[in-house]
Design a protein around this ligand. Structure first.
Ligand code: ZN
Length: 593
């Protein structure tokens, strides 16, 4: 991979990190920084910060950090050149991709051609549905079917619905005619190789087609539904380099702005549920497409809405699906409600029958996750003494998933009241589980990590932080060889890179970031740069840290050297051995990466 450094700088200087991150995270200004819920770990209170003047982001919770390019790479799970290209396209900057590493370039081009083919095929399916020329009986049937399901022409148009003809080689023939590689179509999941003989056949036949867009409005895959009772009822594209079912949600590309406006999102299961709600003005909706919701789905949605409403049918299948999904929402700490529709309804039929207003009214009374789970458990076990014990066991499984301890204790109190059991007994039940659970282990890890951070590391980190925020002191640092007194090899390496950059430039931190070799170093730079120094006399602070770093290093060296020398003189070989060992240990300790 090679994108010239000046191109990278041009991209970084043109783009605005607050704008870009705002596309996927709700940011609120507070002081000099913007804060939001981190898209990279689960949290309830924002610790993810973005600084506009430094053009960096940093999460105080999980330490993710970097510049706008590292954000895009991490968020979309793409490579550096892909991220650079994505931003360049947005800001109309041209990049020559000739010099990119052949493997990466191949991957990039493959994705582009998969998207392109999907778009072409979307057009073909769309035409098959729209084409009302006499003799096209099949398209007729599909149109009638959609009409009978209440889907308007506007919705068909907006979501590019289509129809895959009842033929084995309709797409295969098109590929031949347009001289498009079959291999690409196989990788797209549009055609399959025949098992018995040579040749290929279409995956989607005789189905209503739903193109699935990613948030950047590119056609990532398809879903197809039969119009009768044939099985399978629904068929989706397999996972491909551009379609990852655990990250994609149907309709998010259209719903995202409405999720932002309202602050919440309805999550339904099927295409028709989504389209019906959307058509009836309930546009802050996405569909999970029958696949189980994943933590990635929830994290992506968190970027658009703080509250989520899971909408389910009241039948057993619906209740079970709700129970399965809820675990993920509890773990991710999202404010989630569960809306179970009145018996015999799905979101589609309900909104068609009763309209937008009634649906919104119903949603207002959606249960909290715990209320919902409790109700399900009461319905199952009843409120006898044995029943209540079973309910307590049921609820324990869910309570332990809640990371926020304050919230958990509120639920425990609530549960005790509902079951008429002593709160302490409930607490005891949950605690049993907790003491052996992973929560305790991670707590222990954290405290040992804290203790291991050496005082010297903290001083050196402070020094780097000052260099980034107050580049005027870099000359002083160079003149006094401060970096040679660093104990941490890693921090020394990073600091040396920083002093190699012209501190007079306006985009100093941006340039520093570009020089970092890996994402770990970028994360460190972001966290150090995020520091705001409120000191009255920053120069004085800097000088005192410089002095301290030099003094400590010299003093320790002197003490040990003196002791070794006097031990040598007195021929105390045991002590000498011990001291040398100690010196080596200290060097090793501080030199660790
Ligand atoms: Zn985080």
């Amino acid at each position: 991979m090679y994108i010239p450094e000046e191109k990278v700088s041009e991209i970084l200087n043109t783009s605005d990190i607050v704008d870009i991150i705002s596309e996927s995270v709700i940011l609120k200004k507070s002081g000099r920084n913007f804060f939001g819920l981190c898209p990279f770990h689960s949290e309830k209170t924002p610790s993810f910060s973005v600084n506009a003047s430094k053009q960096i982001f940093h999460c105080f919770g999980c330490s993710a950090g970097g510049n706008v390019l590292s954000y895009i790479m991490k968020y979309h799970g793409i490579t550096f050149p892909e991220a650079a290209k994505m931003l360049a396209r947005k800001y109309n900057i041209t990049i020559e991709t000739k010099d990119i590493d052949p493997a990466k370039r191949k991957e990039f081009l493959l994705k582009e051609s998969l998207f392109r083919l999907n778009k072409t095929v979307m057009g073909i399916y769309f035409d098959e549905l729209k084409n009302s020329a006499p003799g096209n009986k099949v398209g007729d049937k599909a149109r009638k079917y959609l009409k009978q399901r209440g889907i308007s022409d506007d919705i068909i148009q907006q979501f590019n619905l289509g129809f895959s003809p009842d033929k084995w080689e309709s797409i295969v023939k098109m590929l031949q005619e347009q001289k498009i590689s079959k291999n690409i179509a196989v990788q797209c999941g549009l055609i399959l190789g025949r098992q018995q003989k040579t040749g290929y056949y279409d995956r989607f036949r005789n189905r209503i087609m739903f193109p699935i867009f990613d948030v950047n409005m590119q056609v990532a895959g398809f879903g197809g539904r039969v119009m009768d009772d044939a099985m399978p009822k629904y068929m989706n594209s397999p996972d491909t380099p551009v379609y990852n079912k655990s990250r994609i949600l149907y309709g998010l590309h259209a719903a995202k702005q409405f999720c932002r406006q309202t602050g919440f999102v309805y999550i339904v299961e099927g295409y028709f549920d989504f389209l019906s709600l959307y058509q009836h003005g309930i546009k802050n909706t996405v569909a999970s497409l029958g696949t189980a919701l994943t933590p990635d789905h929830v994290r992506i949605l968190k970027g658009y809405a703080a509250k989520m409403v899971l909408v389910f049918d009241s039948d057993a299948a619906g209740i079970n699906a709700a129970k399965r999904s809820i675990k993920i929402f509890l773990k991710e700490g999202v404010d989630t409600r569960v809306l179970v529709l009145p018996e015999g309804n799905d979101p589609d039929s309900y909104v068609v029958k009763h309209g937008q207003k009634a649906f919104n009214e119903l949603a207002k009374n959606a249960k909290t996750v715990m209320q919902f789970l409790l109700q399900v458990s009461i319905d199952t076990h009843g409120l006898s003494v044995e029943g209540r014990i079973r309910i307590l066991d049921d609820m324990k499984q869910h309570l332990i998933l809640i990371q926020d301890s304050a919230l958990r204790s509120l639920y425990i109190k609530d549960l005790a009241e509902n079951l008429n059991i002593d709160e302490k007994a409930v607490l005891e039940k949950v605690r049993e589980h907790y003491l052996n659970g992973p929560a305790k282990r991670s707590y222990l890890n954290e405290s040992t990590k804290e203790e291991n951070t050496l005082a010297s590391d903290r001083r050196e980190e402070q020094m780097i932080s000052l260099m980034l925020n107050f580049p005027e002191i870099i000359d002083e640092i160079k003149n006094r060889d401060v970096l040679d007194c660093f104990y941490s090899e890693k921090l020394k390496r990073i600091a040396k890179k920083i002093i190699s950059i012209d501190p007079g430039k306006e985009a100093f931190i941006t340039d520093v970031m570009v020089k970092m070799e890996n994402s770990e170093d970028q994360e460190l730079i972001a966290s150090y740069a995020m520091n705001d120094f409120v000191s009255e006399n920053i120069h004085k602070t800097a000088l005192s840290i410089i002095n301290r770093i030099i003094r400590v290093r010299k003093k320790q060296q002197n003490t040990l050297t003196t002791k070794i020398k006097s031990a040598e003189k007195g021929c105390d070989s045991d002590l000498m051995e011990l001291l040398k060992q100690k010196q080596a240990e200290i060097q090793q300790l501080h030199g660790r990466l």
